[in-house]
Design a protein around this ligand. Structure first.
Ligand SMILES: Cc1cc2nc3c(=O)[nH]c(=O)nc-3n(C[C@H](O)[C@H](O)[C@H](O)COP(=O)(O)OP(=O)(O)OC[C@H]3O[C@@H](n4cnc5c(N)ncnc54)[C@H](O)[C@@H]3O)c2cc1C
Length: 294
């Protein structure tokens, strides 16, 4: 996300801090870059890596804490191509292919496992919506199919049978290992030459004549023509520091880890459903609201 307030003045959130520049990992002054990415989670870090990979020269990543200290190391790790919009489907499919090719590209991977993924329906309205979603996904080449209730029950014996009206299913969806993903992007940042500044907070955006000119940080200013803002659950706050309104928020999720269900094999497909209606009925270790990351 590149934010560029239209005024010729510094963005309202810019703090007039020290004019000195931060110090890079090698001890040298770091007063300019070709691109700066804010936030060392999976979005910011992979973005910084891909900026370098696409030929951008000096890329700096700012992280107020340490790489992976945000939501990215705490996620359940589901990688789902079954998005609710065409963009989400295409992004999901691109991500899945990237995760599959990581080892060859980088010599390290995020632990992606194509386990399969189901989205169960519990009301006729959900069935209608699922078929509309599936038609859109199939038109984009995604191999998603409909499971009748008995097939759904057979495929996931860890769940109480007889409760669904069917489900959509994509065998190519899966999960990655979030801490391993953090390790993978830390490695990718290092080998691609991204300058990572941990314990360095973004505090404001510098603009002049309607164009981004750099950032203010807790350790000084860095000039750059391109700034990417990420921040996970704190993205709206990062936006405020830049003087822009970013309509992003966070919802607390819970991941409950149980022992393996005796009927659930390693290849049992993952399943997504709404917490409030499922936890009392289904023996399902992980539950969250559908569409949260579609
Ligand atoms: C319990 C749980 C389960 C989840 N399960 C899944 C799942 O199964 N599948 C899925 O796709 N997603 C899942 N998610 C969501 C997923 O974790 C997030 O969408 C994703 O990690 C967001 O990545 P990010 O890089 O945007 O944010 P983060 O990983 O939060 O990184 C943002 C970084 O920005 C830094 N930062 C903030 N402000 C500043 C500043 N001013 N200056 C410098 N740095 C700053 C933070 O310190 C942080 O390190 C889950 C989340 C949770 C909490």
């Amino acid at each position: 996300m590149v934010s560029m307030p239209g005024s010729g003045q510094p963005a309202s959130g810019v703090q007039e801090g020290t004019r000195t520049a931060p110090t890079g990992a090698n001890g040298g002054r770091l007063d300019s870059a070709d691109a700066i990415v804010v936030g060392g989670g999976t979005v910011g870090a992979w973005c910084a890596y891909f900026l370098r990979a696409s030929g951008v020269g000096r890329v700096v990543l700012l992280e107020k804490d340490r790489l992976g200290q945000g939501a990215s190391s705490r996620a359940a790790g589901v990688v789902r191509t079954q998005g609710g919009t065409a963009w989400a489907v295409q992004l999901g499919e691109w991500s899945r292919r990237f995760y599959l090719g990581q080892a060859e590209l980088l010599g390290i991977d995020s632990g992606f496992t194509p386990q399969g993924y189901m989205l169960p329906c519990f009301t006729p309205a959900e069935v209608t919506a699922a078929h509309e979603r599936m038609a859109m996904q199939n038109s984009l080449g995604l191999d998603v199919r409909w499971l009748e209730p008995d097939e759904f029950d057979r495929m996931n014996p860890a769940m109480a049978p007889g409760h669904t009206l069917g489900a959509t299913y994509c065998a190519e969806d899966g999960y990655l290992h979030p801490p391993r993903n953090v390790t993978a992007y830390a490695h990718a940042l290092a080998v691609s030459g991204v300058r990572v500044l941990e314990h360095t907070s973004f505090t404001g955006l510098d603009v002049a004549v309607g164009a981004v000119t750099g950032v203010a940080t807790s350790k000084g200013r860095i000039a750059a023509p391109l700034v990417v803002l990420t921040g996970g659950p704190e993205l709206a706050a990062v936006g405020r520091l830049a003087g822009v309104t970013i309509p992003a928020g966070a919802v607390r999720h819970q991941v409950a880890v149980t022992e393996q269900h005796p009927d659930g094999g390693q290849r049992t497909a993952a399943c997504c459903s709404a917490c409030r209606t499922r936890t009392s009925r289904l023996a399902r270790p992980i539950a969250w609201t559908p569409g949260t990351w579609s």
